[in-house]
Write a protein that binds this ligand. Sequence first.
Ligand SMILES: [Zn+2]
Length: 125
Amino acid sequence: MTTTEVEAFQRILGDRQKELGIGNREALAVQASPDEMDRIQHFSEREYAMNHLERNSRRLREVQAALRRIDDGSFGVCVDCERSINLKRLAAVPWSSTCIACQEAAETAHADSRVEIEAGDEVAA
Ligand SMILES: [Zn+2]
């Protein structure tokens, strides 16, 4: 990967980190406010808010880990098999820490939870 490419990913990930950081603070404020909790009476809404917060936190950790990998020079290398991650995959999912083969292996291992998470992302977007 060229320096220019790495810098482009660093910018994308930096923006994403800011977005997720702001989103998390808002979600936490909702959780911390008793009035807001009174208004959110339905279990499904509470559950949605919790899932959203959890998903945001997880994504934020992934983005931060990717930024650390840029700093230490291991960005774009699969953490499992140490092969280069396909550039198209990184363009689609810049916080990828594994190559497609390892990702698919992990998805097969955690099929149920992954499907739910990905479906939730679709709705949120
Ligand atoms: Zn791999």
